[in-house]
Design a protein around this ligand. Structure first.
Ligand code: NAD
Length: 401
């Protein structure tokens, strides 16, 4: 291939950005383009494993790997730096390590916690959005349980989880595995522990059929989790959550408070582009931003429309990786001066884990639960590493061996 050498800049090394780079380095030779990847940390973290770190069933190091293990240094320059501004009209990006110019930009800056402006949430609750916040949540629980022997305060062994979405349910699944061990360590009777999940909607996990949701809820209830559904959290404070029940405010007490009820795209999106909602910008079918033929937005900062429902696809690791792959192919086509292709999502299904040995899922249109779902989840987790980093990385970091 021979064409005018362009500067390709990829922002973010999450599932979308790192998959873009991994594919680009396969498609292009080092003469074809200057590829630069910028990411805040020197490592990539498995965002879909963060609930495990936050519960303490894995250490944070297990869910990360150095970006240099994926990047081919002959073809890609990796710069560990934080992006501070995108000047789309000047084709320039500011970072903590200086300014970078580009011909083609891929924005894949990932997600942050969204508290919807709920009073006190940012100050009083932990979120699970990166290895640091997940570790802080785990440490909070460990500290409070350790404290209980002296304090005898039931709040020290009470955990509140806000939101019963995917993250909330998967987190609870890990907690019912790790908290009994924590109790054993500190000589605490697990029956005294209070794990409560508060969910605003009347139904949980609406993407799954009722029988699977029931299976997951019963699994967690059998292990001591209490659910308060149809109960919006309206505030958080140093005593726990304030919820609304029958138009009345009620305080629920706990010293470990974790908010799993919302994510949004990077707030840098609002600062850099027009028409951004909750950090997400609508992209065209070829994944470029309207009016900017040289800018792709993918992953959690993009709203990629599902033509059938006319709603954006949910932001998952699966779609992020497919978007990354498609972006790399479209960049190659654009370098060749060929017509770009429209993205079409190949939905292989989803699995919601319930700890390491159980789960529920819809895979290739089939319902699965129990050990089968847990096995499938390990396959999905390992496949993501394989797709981005190849067999050696999958062997060392995956969950199949
Ligand atoms: P979510 O938005 O899917 O779920 C948040 C939950 O919190 C909802 O049930 C919502 O009703 C509830 N909620 C919101 N405000 C509330 C309030 N004030 N009080 C009480 N409850 C409240 O968020 P998520 O679970 O973090 O998932 C984010 C995205 O990531 C989704 O697209 C999801 O599909 C994806 N995800 C996928 C997996 C997987 O495939 N295994 C795992 C985690 C996340």
């Amino acid at each position: 291939m021979s064409f005018e050498r362009k500067k390709i800049l990829v922002l973010g090394a999450g599932y979308a950005g790192l998959q873009t780079v991994s594919k680009l380095q396969k498609l292009l030779s080092h003469q074809d383009a200057d590829i630069t990847l910028i990411n805040k940390n020197e490592y990539h973290y498995e965002a879909t494993w963060l609930h495990e770190t936050a519960a303490g069933t894995i250490d944070w190091e297990e869910g990360v790997y150095p970006i240099n293990k994926v990047v081919d240094a002959q073809k890609v320059v990796f710069v560990p730096a934080e992006v501070t501004a995108i000047h789309k009209d000047e084709q320039r990006v500011e970072t903590t390590q200086g300014t970078f110019e580009y011909d083609i930009l891929v924005v894949a800056l990932g997600f942050e916690s969204e508290t919807f402006g709920i009073e006190g949430m940012e100050e009083h609750a932990h979120s699970i959005v990166n290895p640091e916040t997940a570790t802080a949540a785990r440490k909070e629980i460990e500290r409070n349980f350790a404290n209980y022997r002296q304090s005898n305060d039931p709040k020290d062994i009470s955990i509140l989880v806000g939101g019963a979405g995917f993250t909330g349910i998967e987190y609870l699944g890990e907690l019912v595995e790790s908290v009994p061990e924590l109790c054993e360590k500190h000589g605490i009777d697990y029956n005294k522990v209070n794990i409560t999940c508060v969910e605003a909607a009347p139904k949980m996990l609406p993407m799954f059929p009722e029988n699977l949701v029931e299976y997951a809820v019963e699994f967690l209830k059998d292990r001591g989790v209490k659910f308060m559904v149809d109960t919006p959290i309206v505030a958080a404070n140093e005593d726990g959550f304030v919820v609304e029940v029958n138009d009345e405010k009620q305080q629920i007490e706990a010293n470990s408070v974790i908010w799993t009820a919302g994510v949004r795209g990077s707030s840098l999106m609002e600062e850099s582009f027009d028409g951004v909602k909750r950090g997400r910008i609508v992209v065209g079918p070829d994944l470029r931003i309207e009016g900017y033929d040289n800018i792709y937005a993918i992953g959690d900062v993009a709203a990629v429309m599902n033509g059938e429902t006319e709603r954006p696809w949910p932001t998952t690791a699966q779609i992020a990786m497919q978007l990354g792959e498609h972006t790399a192919k479209n960049i190659e086509l654009s370098l060749k001066g060929e017509r770009l292709e429209e993205f079409s999502y190949n939905d292989r299904g989803t699995v919601c884990s319930l700890g390491s040995k159980d789960g529920i899922g819809l895979v290739m249109g089939r319902e699965i639960k129990g050990k089968k779902a847990a096995f499938m989840k390990r396959v999905i987790d390992s496949r993501a590493i394989f797709k981005i980093g190849g067999p050696l990385l999958a062997y060392s970091k995956g969950k199949m061996f």
